[in-house]
Design a protein around this ligand. Structure first.
Ligand code: HEM
Length: 68
């Protein structure tokens, strides 16, 4: 995992809840993704143009909720 981001701060006041926060996010995304299906791109993604960040500016997707 890349460690160059500062989401959880830096130095002596680095976030004390980082492990709990990551675990909560991992569980939340696992549950969310497990409840959805049929993901598809609606249109081609648009890259963000930036010297500092790599990512998408737009990536419209479509999906359905799984039946229980
Ligand atoms: C996505 C969730 C979280 C983000 C993005 C986040 C982010 C941050 C950041 C950026 C700082 C540094 C603030 C500064 O430099 O002044 C910080 C500090 C701190 N965070 Fe988090 N945090 C998250 C979740 C949590 C959780 C779940 C807890 C505890 C259960 C927590 C407890 C703390 C504490 C106690 C500090 C202060 C540490 C110190 O001053 O030595 N955080 N957090």
């Amino acid at each position: 995992m890349r460690r160059h981001y500062r989401t959880f701060g830096v130095g002596p006041h680095f976030c004390l809840g980082v492990h709990l926060a990551r675990l909560e996010l991992q569980i939340a995304f696992e549950e969310l993704l497990a409840s959805l299906t049929d993901f598809e791109l609606v249109e081609p993604p648009v890259h963000a143009v930036s010297m500092f960040n790599d990512g998408f500016k737009r990536m419209p997707i479509r999906f359905r909720r799984k039946r229980r």
